[in-house]
Design a protein around this ligand. Structure first.
Ligand code: GTQ
Length: 349
């Protein structure tokens, strides 16, 4: 906007505003510069959660409430700039979920899309629309909109993952629907491994017609994505801002794996310093391996394995890597690009 100065409040104007207020009317010129800003302004602030204290509190919550009673036993990561709103960024929700051995988080479905990024445990499972998938460290698992899902843990160890959902986006549009299934665990209608066989071998069933915008593959195992990064790194070709960065895709059209949320896995070699980067999609990072330091808007965050940090929209950030690092990240870029808002900016040296 050319004019960032607010018009003066005269007695005459004040009386006018009071008069029209009774009719549920308001002048635009007193708020225009806050509504249409020259650059993004956000309540979202940079923040880092170290895993160890989070894990301790999460396990402590395991003694307070069962997965069944809680429906989902989750500690919500609340952005310090937006406390009480269950948001990690303006448009995204994130929380750490615990499923203890023998527990079931009962089946339900909702409009909101969910991603799971597994931090701890092995061979617990999620069932999505009648198909079970086993979950292991670093796996990225999707629950598409309105897909029935329940989580179970028949292993000997606690299972911990990060949930990322588009809850704030769905609520912005007043479009939330949710319902519970009549049993805790939904019946299985497909064998384990059906989706990866059908959709995950660079082939699709002939005449396949997609049912929605989410990827029909709902588990992207860490082993495979990690191996891609490992092979690619031999080429020694690094993006100055991202190192090596891969995007999880929907094999049907090469688009994002989820309709609203973009998801990524990147490798940054030891000693690497990234060039300053900013984009309009506030991003949540999960450290899967390694150690380093991220500077956001002048604030420094030292991170190690399983730490989680958030970089708000349009804030410059850089990473300095002390131990070869792998970062999983997610943002609302999938939605912003569909709507035509998304922008990025880089300072390549
Ligand atoms: O697992 O279905 O963290 O519905 C928040 C809402 C997890 C889930 C969350 C949910 C779920």
């Amino acid at each position: 906007m050319a004019n960032q100065e607010k018009p003066a409040l005269t007695e005459e104007r004040k009386q006018f505003y009071e008069k029209i207020d009774k009719e549920h009317l308001a002048p635009l010129w007193t708020v225009l510069s806050d509504l249409v800003t020259p650059e993004p302004t956000s309540a979202c602030v940079p923040h880092l959660w170290h895993y160890e204290p989070l894990r301790r509190y999460l396990l402590e919550s395991g003694g307070l409430i069962t997965a069944k009673e809680a429906e989902r036993r989750v500690l919500v990561l609340e952005n310090p700039g937006m406390r009480g709103t269950s948001k990690i960024t303006t448009s995204l929700y994130a929380g750490l979920q615990l499923v203890l051995p023998g527990e079931i988080a009962p089946a339900h479905r909702h409009t909101q899309s969910a991603l799971r990024f597994v931090l701890e445990g092995a061979n617990a499972h999620t069932t999505v629309d009648g198909e079970k998938t086993n979950m292991n460290f670093g796996d990225f698992v999707i629950t598409p909109p309105m897909a029935w899902h329940d989580h179970g843990n028949q292993s000997e160890d606690p299972m911990v993952w990060l949930d990322g959902l588009d809850i704030p986006m769905v609520s912005f549009y007043d479009a939330s629907f949710a319902e519970a299934f009549e049993q805790d665990a939904q019946p299985l209608s497909k064998g384990v491994g059906d989706s990866p066989a059908r959709y995950g071998a660079n082939m699709l069933p002939v005449d396949f017609a997609a049912k929605g915008l989410a990827s029909p593959i709902f588990n992207y195992p860490y082993e495979r994505s990690r191996e891609s990064l490992d092979v690619m790194k031999r080429q020694e070709e690094w993006d100055p801002c991202h190192g090596l960065k891969l995007r999880y895709i929907n094999p049907v059209d090469g688009g994002f794996a989820m309709p609203t949320i973009g998801t990524y896995l990147q490798l940054l070699p030891k000693g690497f310093s990234t060039a300053p980067y900013r984009s309009t999609d506030a991003t949540v990072y999960v450290v899967t391996e390694g150690a380093g330091k991220t500077t956001v808007d002048g604030q420094e965050f030292n991170w190690g394995p399983k730490d989680i940090f958030v970089v708000p929209s349009w804030k410059w950030s850089t990473h300095v890597v002390s131990e070869e690092a792998v970062l999983f990240s997610f943002s609302d870029r999938a939605a912003q690009q569909k709507l035509g808002f998304w922008r990025e900016d880089r300072q390549n040296n």
